[in-house]
Write a protein that binds this ligand. Structure first.
Ligand SMILES: [Mn+2]
Length: 310
């Protein structure tokens, strides 16, 4: 069986399905992308008949638009696709046979990785997938992605994104494929523990540095705290939302090289619906959106004008 995986490039929840696929399948290829690029990518690849080479195409931690799903639904081979997603705004797409979206089940929030792992265990169970090391890593990813680690006090769930930051995507994947094949139990090595401790200190310093830089605004009934940052968006967003709890309902992080991120900690404020004002989407407490077109050029123009006026 030849398998193709399309998954979200932006965090460990999107990357871990690649690792799991390496454990589950012998003949396997993948492509990582940002969800905003997914429709375009699918359209192109369907036109090229790219998927003809594959028996199964998984999409994890992301979902196509309704229009795209509608288009795929007309294909005779649509059930070659299997979407496993947990973004609750896509729940209504469950009507399609090839889409499964689960946000919460029995009080537990799912993640792309946990849904994919469950699917693999059900259909492609093997000795690798059944290892404790694998199921433990999957649980860390889920706790991290849903931010439930805070509730359960599982500090270790913070560590995988830290290592991803150090290793980069390709090495992170290869490292954990090898590790999980070799080890029955999951653990962080001595060297990794040193990296993690150092990084934890740096994250805390970075957050402290950003606290006084927050710009306060209001939009659509939301009180917004805005910061410019490129690093540690989840840690930063959550901690700032906590720190400014009385002043803001949502934290907006502007990463000029990537995207807008939104983080909240209040159940009554839907961060994903706030993100939709910026053509974004996500979860109730964590969401993202693309940068406005031409933003960098506008910033440069603004700086130029200031200089010329002076
Ligand atoms: Mn996710």
């Amino acid at each position: 069986m030849k398998v193709f995986l399309i998954s979200d490039i932006s965090d460990i929840d999107g990357l871990t399905p690649v690792i799991l696929s390496e454990l589950a399948f012998e003949d396997f290829d993948y492509h990582l992308l940002h969800v905003t690029k997914l429709d375009e990518y699918l359209k192109e690849k369907i036109q090229e008949k790219f998927f003809d080479d594959y028996d199964k195409v998984f999409l994890t931690d992301l979902c196509m638009s309704r229009e795209m799903a509608e288009e795929i639904n007309t294909l005779s081979w649509k059930d070659k696709f299997q979407v496993l997603d947990h973004h609750y705004r896509n729940l209504e797409l469950n009507q399609y046979s090839f889409i499964t979206v689960v946000d919460e089940r029995n009080g537990i929030h799912e993640s792309g990785t946990s849904l994919y792992y469950e699917y693999l265990l059900k259909h492609y169970r093997n000795e690798f997938l059944m290892k404790n090391s694998v199921s433990y890593m999957v649980s860390l990813v889920r706790l991290n992605d849903t931010w439930e680690w805070k509730k359960f006090g599982v500090e270790e769930a913070r560590y995988l994104p830290i290592l991803l930051g150090y290793y980069g995507i390709d090495f992170y994947i290869q490292n954990y494929v090898d590790f999980l094949k070799k080890n029955k139990e999951f653990y962080f090595t001595k060297a990794e523990t040193i990296l993690i401790d150092t990084e934890k200190r740096r994250i805390q310093e970075y957050i402290e540095e950003q606290k006084p830089n927050v710009i306060f605004k209001e939009l659509d009934g939301y009180r917004v705290g805005i910061v410019f940052a490129e690093l540690y968006r989840s840690e930063l967003g959550n901690e700032l939302a906590e720190f400014y709890r009385d002043k803001v309902d949502v934290i907006m992080i502007i990463n000029l090289n990537r995207s807008l991120s939104f983080r909240g900690i209040k159940e009554d404020y839907d961060v994903a619906s706030f993100a939709s004002l910026f053509k974004g989407s996500g979860h109730k407490l964590a969401a993202g959106a693309p940068l406005p077109d031409g933003l960098k050029e506008k910033i440069v123009d603004f700086i130029w004008k200031e200089v010329q006026a002076s």
